[in-house]
Write a protein that binds this ligand. Structure first.
Ligand SMILES: [Zn+2]
Length: 271
């Protein structure tokens, strides 16, 4: 196994020094071993382990074919690029509002969709995703870290099929629900040919209740080139803090020279 890590943003800062932009993990000799780059924001999380550990070794290690998995939190770049991402949709409450705002501001974003919601609410996004990217966020938002390799693979394959049918796009990216993954998840993602996408900044609705402008100021102050920003287009009314603040975030970041790109467009600047 080997891993290549890169740092987030163009400039080093105390907090960003702790956050590594991405890790390239190689599966050696058919053995499903996965390594993590250190990410301070990630290791601090409480990870529920009920249900036991899922094996990192698939029943058919030959299916990995010596594949590689990339874990991406952000991209190190001098260019002022930001990838806006929306998880958990599509849903009737906020997805249309998000799409309207993005359209009005001519912004490209990435939607990490839940397969069963795409099946139920596909009409909300059909024909509205031109220029946007669609990634997988699993079939039913279960914690993939608790699934065996076969279960994780079945989940991702089913989701993939549904997202192709609804959106006409072939997803190339996986964001595991809650940012949780096990070796089994990694092996299934390799077999799907996915890259793993996490995030380096996220909306903080709970810190700014009813204050879209306050949150927008914080997001803008914390912005770094190459950031992958996590937001949601499904959830409770608290989400409105982000959704109502979106025009301000877009306008202010543009005024500071930022360009909005999809995650795949952002990842492409690494090479
Ligand atoms: Zn989610």
């Amino acid at each position: 196994m080997r891993a290549r890590v890169t740092e987030c943003g163009a400039k080093r800062s105390r907090r960003r020094d702790l956050l590594r932009g991405g890790a390239l993990v190689t599966f050696g000799a058919g053995l499903g071993v996965v390594g993590f780059a250190e990410a301070a924001d990630v290791v601090d999380r409480k990870l529920p382990l009920r249900g036991g550990a899922a094996s990192a070794v698939p029943d058919r290690p030959d299916l990995l074919g010596g594949g590689r998995l990339e874990l991406n939190w952000c991209v190190r770049t001098e260019r002022k690029l930001v990838a806006l991402t929306f998880d958990d949709g599509p849903g009737p409450d906020w997805t249309p509002m998000v799409l309207d705002t993005l359209h009005q501001h001519d912004v490209r974003a990435t939607f990490f969709m839940v397969g069963e919601r795409a099946r139920r609410h596909g009409d909300l996004v059909r024909g509205r995703l031109a220029g946007h990217e669609v990634g997988s966020h699993s079939w039913a938002h279960h914690d993939l870290a608790r699934l065996s390799y076969e279960e994780a693979y079945d989940d991702l394959a089913r989701t993939h099929q549904e997202l192709v049918a609804v959106t006409g796009q072939e997803p190339r990216l996986l964001r595991p629900p809650y940012g949780h993954l096990a070796g089994s998840t990694a092996a299934a993602a390799v077999r799907m040919g996915y890259q793993m996408v996490l995030w380096s900044q996220q909306m903080r609705e709970a810190e700014f209740p009813g204050d879209p402008a306050g949150q927008a100021r914080q997001i803008i102050a914390d912005m770094q080139p190459g950031t992958i920003l996590l937001a949601h287009d499904v959830g409770n009314d608290q989400r409105l803090v982000s959704i109502r603040g979106l025009p301000e975030i877009i306008d202010q970041l543009r005024a500071r020279g930022y360009e909005f790109v999809t995650v795949s467009q952002l990842l492409a600047v690494r090479h």
